[in-house]
Design a binder for this molecule. Structure first.
Ligand SMILES: C[S@@+](CC[C@H](N)C(=O)[O-])C[C@H]1O[C@@H](n2cnc3c(N)ncnc32)[C@H](O)[C@@H]1O
Length: 447
């Protein structure tokens, strides 16, 4: 049989990427950036699908593999264990003909310089194919749900009635969302524009979200194929993330602080919506990421005052003029965006939540004194853990007597699908195709 070299190369590189994430603690995006699988689009998407899927279902795939090997694979051959897991993923979750998966995986072992293990790989994969692998049952919760136990437990505590739904959605692929720049074009017009450029009916492209400028695409489209992307008509941003600017502004204007702003998704949205009398200051601690804000705003043709600083160290950057509105998109576990970043399940640790809490509380405490009496602060996280959401606000309120937690001012469609919490609102991942986000809308009382 003729071997497709690219096929073997893709499997070998996918094993390298998965190994970097699972065994070396690298982020999936970084690991993928490190490898080159050529420029052909179909090849790139197959490679990405294999990497993301294997990371997403790793617990289950590994447990199944253990049933097909008589003893653990030696430490020096760990990459072969990963290659087999990559093979199991394809057999279970893709339509690639099984014989092709076996052949390419065996050849990938040669590329990984493990030719002595080719026969072993062949035997394990064929054994897996012969058996009724789809009947697999396990009692271990990590294997059943494909999440680490600490995340399962934290979700059970935060969402006793919804944790299974959250986990189910976390294990699905997220759709691609667009934010249309309403200064240039409406959502509806843009949807038509994509449909025309792709020569497809609108229903094949996607649908308008609950916010006027949001579009959810049926299938991802390469940025290069998005009409007028370079001239700033559109940006890529999840529907839930678009709620932030919408909710903070709501008829208000003035001096606006976008704290923890990089890469500038919400900064761009704020600037697209404000009038000429408002200004935006965007701050982030990471200089590489503030550079990205600059690039993103350049593309949109919009301007903000961009500062690289620890936003909690207000002495280092604040000009002593109070803000009317503050958006605090706090650093968090990102537990609401696991669909997009399945590596979070492998990389985050339970102890991280405590240090994130200290950071979140420190930042909101520091920023509150920069807000005008009567002004609004929107605390946002892409987390579904109560510890990073209501509990932060509860602790913050204990030391401030001038905090009023307000109703989120949004259209009813969105309101109705959010869960009201004690101090805010939670959107769970997957709701109307959106990511999991928490919003607490706080007003500073005039005492
Ligand atoms: C959730 S991301 C922000 C996403 C951004 N708001 C957007 O919409 O594109 C959190 C950001 O917080 C930044 N960050 C973390 N600690 C910070 C601090 N003490 N001061 C300023 N920025 C901080 C991180 O560098 C990261 O870019």
């Amino acid at each position: 049989m003729q071997i497709n070299d690219n096929g073997a190369m893709i499997r070998a590189k996918a094993a390298n990427v998965v190994d970097m994430v699972i065994n070396k603690g690298r982020s999936l995006d970084r690991a993928i950036e490190k490898v080159n699988v050529g420029d052909e689009n179909s090849q790139k998407s197959l490679f990405k699908a294999i990497c993301y899927g294997t990371i997403r279902f790793h617990w289950e795939l590994k447990a199944q593999l253990n049933q097909y090997i008589s003893r653990p694979i030696r430490k020096k051959d760990k990459i072969i264990e990963t290659l087999l897991i990559v093979g199991f993923f394809q057999i279970k979750n893709t339509r690639i003909p099984p014989h092709a998966i076996v052949t390419q995986t065996v050849e990938a072992a040669r590329l990984l310089k493990k030719p002595n293990l080719c026969a072993f790989i062949n035997a394990v994969l064929r054994g897996f194919l012969r058996s009724g692998w789809s009947e697999y049952i396990d009692e271990n919760e990590e294997v059943i749900y494909n999440h680490p136990q600490w995340i399962i437990n934290t979700l059970k505590n935060s969402w006793p009635d919804n944790w299974r739904e959250i986990i189910g959605n976390n294990n699905k692929q997220a759709p691609m969302w667009l934010r249309v720049n309403q200064k240039k074009i409406t959502g509806k017009e843009y949807l038509h524009k994509i449909a025309n450029s792709q020569n497809l009916p609108i229903e094949e492209i996607g649908y308008l979200g609950d916010l006027d400028q949001s579009i959810c695409l049926k299938n991802p489209i390469s940025v290069k194929l998005l009409p007028d992307f370079d001239s700033g008509s559109v940006s890529i941003q999840d529907g839930a993330a678009q709620i932030a600017a919408e909710c903070l502004l709501n008829g208000f204007s003035g001096r606006i602080l976008d704290a923890c702003a990089a890469p500038g998704g919400k900064t761009g949205h704020l600037l697209e919506k404000i009038n000429d009398s408002s200004t935006v200051t965007a701050i982030d601690i990471d200089p590489n990421r503030t550079n990205i804000i600059e690039k993103n705003l350049d593309r949109l043709g919009l301007q903000a005052k961009i500062i690289t600083a620890d936003v909690a160290d207000t002495k280092s950057w604040w000009d002593a003029k109070l803000f009317d509105l503050i958006l605090l998109d706090a650093p968090c576990s990102a537990s609401g965006v696991i669909r997009r970043h399945p590596d979070i399940k492998h990389l985050k640790r339970e102890e991280d939540i405590h240090s994130l809490n200290l950071m979140q509380l420190n930042i909101i405490n520091s920023l509150w004194s920069l807000l005008k009496p009567g002004g609004q602060l929107l605390y946002v996280t892409c987390s579904v853990f109560t510890e990073e959401n209501d509990l932060v606000i509860e602790n913050f309120k204990k030391t401030h007597s001038d905090v009023i937690a307000k109703k989120l001012l949004l259209n009813n469609n969105i309101h109705d699908v959010m869960h009201k919490t004690i101090y805010g609102y939670q959107l769970l991942p997957g709701t109307r195709g959106m990511d999991g986000f928490y919003f607490s809308y706080l007003e500073k009382a005039i005492l």
